[in-house]
Design a protein around this ligand. Sequence first.
Ligand SMILES: Nc1ncnc2c1ncn2[C@@H]1O[C@H](COP(=O)(O)OP(=O)(O)OP(=O)(O)O)[C@@H](O)[C@H]1O
Length: 679
Amino acid sequence: MQQRQIEQSAEQEYVDALYARLDGEVARVRADLDDAVRTSSTDPEEAFTRDVRVGMLTRRARTLDAAEHHLCFGRIDHTDGRSLHIGRTGLSDGDDQLLVDWRADAARPFYAATAAHPMGLHRRRHLGLDGRRIARVSDEILDGAEPGPHDVIGDGPLLAAISARRTGRMRDVVSTLQSEQDAIIRSAHRGVTVVEGGPGTGKTVVALHRAAYVLAGFAEARADGVLVLGPGSRFLDYIAEVLPSLGENDVAMSTPDRLVADALGLETPPGAGHELRRAAGDVRLADQLAEAVRRYQAPSGTLAVVVDGDAVTLDEHALAETRETAAGSNLPHNQARALFKDLVVDFVADEVQARARVLLAKLDEDIEVLTGGVDVDRAAAKDLEKLGFGPDEGGAFGHAAAVAELDPGALRAELLDDLALEQAVESAWPRLAAGDVVLDVLDEHPALAVEADGVWTTAHLPLLDEAEHLLNGPPATIYGHVVVDEAQELTPMQWRAVLRRCPGRSMTVVGDLAQAGPATGAGSWADALGSDLAKRADVRTLTVCYRTTAEVLEAAAPLRELIAPDQAPAVAVRHGVPPRRVAVTGELVRAVVEEAEAQVAAGPDELVAVLAADAAVPGIAEALAGTDVRVVPVSQVRGLEFDAVVVADPDGITAARPGGERDLYVALTRPTQRLVIVG
Ligand SMILES: Nc1ncnc2c1ncn2[C@@H]1O[C@H](COP(=O)(O)OP(=O)(O)OP(=O)(O)O)[C@@H](O)[C@H]1O
């Protein structure tokens, strides 16, 4: 006991020194930042350097601010006597590394060492801080210890973290990451990493900590930024604090719908039902959109352009050749149109010049015959003027001057601005907007029609994005790394929109195919990502469930076996109270309200939710108005969690929409502590 106190006070001294160092660093960075902000320069290069410096210092200041909370959470003692403290950011004093950033290689054994593979460690220590004071010290001796059956890392701190009451906001778990999670987070794989695993296995945790790791470790991610995509705004709110608490404030967060709407400059349109989303997510529509665009590119026939009253016609052959050159450029339609117009202008200019030469030659001959060579200039002046050639500098229309006036550059410039030529080009290769093309394709698919008032729905966004790409090329904003959470929810067309924004294909994709909603129902990652990408992906599986108790997982097991018989069940790390099943004799809503109120009474500060089929939500929400109970439709509960969950009318949930068993499976696996099934 006394030994423990001595150790704790030694750790407190160390932690005090770390905070003193942190305070010093914060003061230094703030002063540097003030200096940098005040420096002004008219020299563009100096101004640029200053902006870069301000950016770097601002980031560092944020990281240090975020590090205040639980600055140091661990320590590893190597068998050779070396000790390292692990924390949210690196801190050093001269050559002395006082604190190792959790992302550094040197920190790896803190997360990965087990009694079976101690990685040169004698001891791993978890430090629990309350403000700047050490509240708990928990040690594991790794060398010479007996390996346990399920080697969890730091079981005391882990169990405390996963049993803690939920607040409705996810927290970072940097101090208790488990080795299978850590291995994915730190993976050096630069391509697509797919992380699958049952509910509550920490897929979101892995996705977000990986984003923080990638930002620190991958230069391209730093340069082009990281994007995290989640299924809806409820979910984004839920995870919003994790990356800032890891010191990362510059990660873009969005939903697949909002990402596209923003890129197209649209307000997010009204949501769509799963049937429409599924139909509009069909990847075959990509080809149909491309075909619809092709149909606009110079329909066969001829193209007549009237220049100064004279028609120049591209015959079938010339038009076909022009079209093929423009289309063969593989430029997006609206850019290829500029090329098409250039080619038409070239053709017309050549023709005008050829005709002018013929005319001039004929003029020479006629004049020769008629005048015997007297004052050619004056005689030809009128004809030349008709052709649009002005007098030369000396005011004369000399033969040589006229030929010089056939300046191809000037003629081309004039033709490019010519209204009649522009109209002819527009008829053969019109400038298009994304909506035009999508509407063409929707004409062939009545089931995808836009609502009567002509408003797009979210289901149409990937189609608009595809069309925009075909017309105007790649999106303006791309990312160095993209994290997709609840990835089973993306339709193939949505995947195309996401991949378009990640040309480097550096991605972390996390999801659980067993939880796929009716809009996708993807059976495999190859279905979702496309077989090429899926083949090259590094697929990892998480096996331990940290959210729910073994009893809750058991209650959901029959559904899991039905939905995903091939999926190995995750193992829960803790036990709790068995789920309660309540038969309904009277009114369902009343029974649900009673159970929800009982849960609130059982844990007054806890997060209690009622999960119900979408249509049943308004009635239940009204009955629970004024309470702290959250009533959430099952279609929107993916990724979320609560201390206690009341599932209302499971049969109603399964019957509400196709694949309703998956919705029910998701609902049953949301509680961290208690589950009640009413109905
Ligand atoms: N290493 C860990 N330490 C502490 N808590 C953890 C750890 N891993 C996961 N958790 C907790 O377990 C819960 C479930 O994690 P998470 O939401 O990431 O799971 P998931 O696999 O994404 O679940 P779902 O499939 O239901 O979306 C969260 O509360 C998370 O904080």
